[in-house]
Design a protein around this ligand. Structure first.
Ligand SMILES: Nc1ncnc2c1ncn2[C@@H]1O[C@H](COP(=O)(O)OP(=O)(O)O)[C@@H](O)[C@H]1O
Ligand SMILES: [Mg+2]
Length: 241
């Protein structure tokens, strides 16, 4: 599988007279995991929604690097897991296929549930699961969709630190080779999981000067990880933590 990149050109978004961002230019390479950071309200979710085709930009374009349409190759994972409470875990994972009227591949569903450690919960309802288990079920659903491009909007932010670290590692392993754009508020998460960081800071635009070395997912004790996290915190707080 060779996942395409995402090319964002001169992207401007206004809501009424309010400019959220203006003339953003970003290139995300195929197979790259990029984290997007920035203050609340700076337009991160809106940028993801534009890429997903859910919001029309005021100006500018978002295209796939291979020139084919993006929409049917995208998966979305949000802060809330959006599992349907009346469906079992197994049914939630295969929901996309069912909605499209496709035959559900039961073996694939069970294989993915085993990978995320939920094989024993296939027939449970979501409200019988912990927050971390629900997010793992949502991850299995994202993987069932088998999309080349994955947009994630703070998917791990509601989890406790230990569960979050485990689910992050799992996501990094299972989504390797895909093109991933992750919105996060957590500098450690961004530095652990990404090839590259983007900081959205209107009106100047996107800062992509923060360098990361080595390959994600980085181990928690990796000294370069701690140094990157410190630099990123400095940048996000205006060198004034
Ligand atoms: N549909 C909308 N109509 C008007 N304003 C919106 C809409 N969606 C988002 N906004 C505003 O745009 C700004 C950016 O929102 P958002 O993209 O959610 O920011 P972030 O995800 O970075 O916190 C916020 O001030 C928000 O209130
Ligand atoms: Mg947001």
């Amino acid at each position: 599988m060779s996942a395409p990149g995402i090319e964002i050109k001169d992207l401007t978004l206004r809501f009424g007279s309010r400019e959220i961002f203006s003339r953003l230019n970003v290139e995300i390479r195929g197979g790259e995991w990029v984290s997007l950071l920035g203050a609340s309200g700076c337009g991160k979710t809106s940028l993801l929604r534009i890429i997903a085709g859910l919001v029309a930009p005021t100006a500018g374009t978002v295209t796939a690097s291979d020139g084919r349409p993006l929409a049917d190759r995208l998966a979305w994972m949000g802060q809330r897991d959006l599992l349907y409470p009346w469906l079992t875990v197994r049914e939630n994972v295969a929901l996309g296929a069912r909605l499209r009227g496709e035959k559900v591949d039961g073996e694939k569903v069970m294989g993915l549930l085993a990978k995320v450690g939920l094989a024993d919960y296939a027939d449970a309802r979501p409200d019988a699961l912990s927050g971390g288990m629900r997010q793992r079920a949502a991850l299995a659903r994202t993987l069932y969709e088998d999309r080349d491009l994955v947009l994630m909007d703070e998917p791990f932010s509601a989890l406790d630190a230990i569960t979050r670290t485990r689910v992050q590692t799992l996501a990094a392993e299972l989504l390797a080779e895909r093109t991933v754009l992750l919105v996060t508020h957590d500098p450690l998460e961004a530095c652990r999981l990404s090839h590259r960081l983007l900081v959205l800071a209107p009106p100047s635009g996107i800062d992509d000067t923060h360098a990361l070395t080595g390959k994600p997912p980085r181990r928690p004790e990796d000294p370069t990880l701690l140094a990157s996290q410190a630099r990123l915190l400095h940048q996000l707080t205006g060198a004034n933590p």
